[in-house]
Design a protein around this ligand. Structure first.
Ligand code: C2E
Ligand code: MG
Ligand code: MG
Length: 430
């Protein structure tokens, strides 16, 4: 929602810098850009008093990082304590990476950071950041996430309240739909659709993850059977917690369920994330190796974050490496992300693993994957996770998008996705 010239007059801006010259310069620039309500402070302490004052409480703060008494980072932490609800622009002479890291830190404090300005400040860059501010819609109130108890999660599993959604994984070169990842949701009777970050941790901590995985696997394999019967050969990925890899009968259980559903093990991908550090790795190692011997595909999920790391690559015979979305989205424009993305892709290739880029959110990300030769892609740009019933319709839309938007690589128009699709659609809808 773009604010008008008149609204600019009402925006209160606080400039915090220990150098009097910078205070004058920034005030001058802001006034020229049409923002006359500027307050200046030369210390963090004075700025916090202003934040607390009903008359001067700012909507936006331009904050210097290097200040003698209280530096910018400490000031940001104090802003949280003072329940600051406005936005922030960082100003500093530090190098780009320090500024980027600080930006992330501010975001982690849940403060809206519009970006950073390098000293000497360019009026054009300041103007662009303020433009961003004036285009922002009013802040949404922060919704506190509910933490569910072990009993609630146990009841949800027992009552069949868990439902699977499926997110497509597509080949980057051709756009062909290669498989889907199963992502569990909780269809809560009162709270609506609850996402896994609100209950997987609880299930892991309270010994419920085996029951949860079992439920998810059975439903996913039943769905895969329906797809197969309709002529749609999709690889089915299911997330497996490291806590599932504690019981030695897990490989036989998975093999039994897949056999019952008539889904060959090579069409099942088990995505493993290690969200917390495991102690003794011998049991998980034995389980994963046995699953691999049974021809299931193993995938290392969220590679590069948490404990999904090089040590696991060394120890476990993974077939697939999923580059975490925090290294994929915008890697085309950020040198640090690009370096991590390139290294992960190259590791996957050298170790003979299939690389999957997660978090492909826009056309720029997609084009970047095509240029860099990643094998598979997954993300909101392609499709959000959806109920199984929506998949045939999405496949038809995707086929059209591939052609109309020229998404497949040169000469790779994926008619096959469309051909399978028309027959399958008929069967699935009849
Ligand atoms: P994951 O396995 O890494 O799954 C990818 C997550 O990223 C999903 O979140 C998906 O909705 C989200 N995502 C996909 N594309 C994009 C994108 O372009 N941008 C962004 N920002 N996000 C995207 P979701 O469904 O909330 O799942 C979160 C995590 O919960 C999963 O991460 C997985 O670790 C865990 N999880 C989900 N289902 C299960 C399950 O059945 N069992 C276990 N143990 N864990 C599960
Ligand atoms: Mg996953
Ligand atoms: Mg992941």
């Amino acid at each position: 929602m773009k604010k008008t010239m008149n609204e600019k007059y009402t925006i209160k801006i606080l400039v915090l810098d220990d150098e009097p010259f910078m205070l004058k310069l920034l005030t001058h620039m802001l006034t020229k850009l049409g923002f006359p309500q500027v307050t200046t402070c030369d210390s963090g302490r004075a700025a916090l008093e202003c934040v607390d004052s009903p008359h001067c409480a700012p909507d936006l703060i331009l904050c210097d990082l290097n200040m003698p008494e209280m530096d910018g980072i400490e000031f940001v932490r104090k802003l949280v304590e003072h329940q600051y609800a406005g936005s922030l622009i960082l100003v500093s002479g530090e190098d780009e990476r320090v500024l980027q890291t600080t930006e992330k830190l501010v975001q982690a404090h849940q403060i809206t950071v519009l970006g950073h300005l390098n000293k000497p400040v360019s009026p054009a860059r300041l103007g662009a950041l303020l433009e961003k501010y004036t285009c922002l819609s009013p802040q949404k109130p922060k919704v506190k996430k509910v933490v569910y108890s072990a009993d609630e999660v146990r009841t949800a599993i027992a009552n069949g309240e868990l439902v699977n959604h499926y997110q497509p994984k597509v080949a980057v070169a051709s756009g062909r739909v290669v498989g889907v990842e199963t992502l569990v949701r909780w269809n809560h009777p009162l709270d609506g659709m609850v996402f896994p970050d609100q209950f997987i941790g609880v299930a892991e901590e309270h010994g419920l993850i085996d029951a949860l995985t079992h439920t998810v696997l059975i439903a996913a394999l039943a769905q895969a059977k329906i797809w197969r019967q309709a002529g749609l050969a999709l690889r089915l990925a299911v997330n497996v917690s490291m806590d599932n890899l504690k019981s030695l009968d897990f490989p036989d259980l998975v093999a039994g369920l897949a056999a019952e559903a008539g889904v060959p093990p090579q069409d099942v991908v088990l995505e493993v994330t290690e969200s917390r550090l495991m102690g003794d790795l011998r049991v998980p190692l034995e389980i994963l190796t046995r699953l691999r011997l049974k021809r299931f595909h193993l995938s290392i999920d969220d590679f590069g974050i948490g404990h999904s790391s090089l040590a696991q690559l060394r120890d476990i015979p993974f077939d697939e490496l999923k580059i975490d979305r925090s290294f994929v989205h915008r890697a085309w424009t950020d040198d640090t992300l690009r370096a991590i993305y390139d290294a992960s892709l190259s590791l996957a290739k050298q170790l003979g693993m299939e690389a999957v880029a997660e978090g492909v959110e826009d056309r720029d990300d997609w084009d970047f994957l095509q240029r860099t030769g990643c094998y598979l892609a997954q993300g909101y740009f392609i499709a959000k996770p959806m109920p199984a019933a929506d998949l045939p319709g999405w496949m038809e839309d995707w086929r059209i998008r591939l052609q109309e938007q020229g998404l497949a690589g040169a000469g790779q128009h994926s008619l096959s996705a469309g051909l399978i699709n028309r027959t399958v659609m008929g069967k699935l809808e009849s």
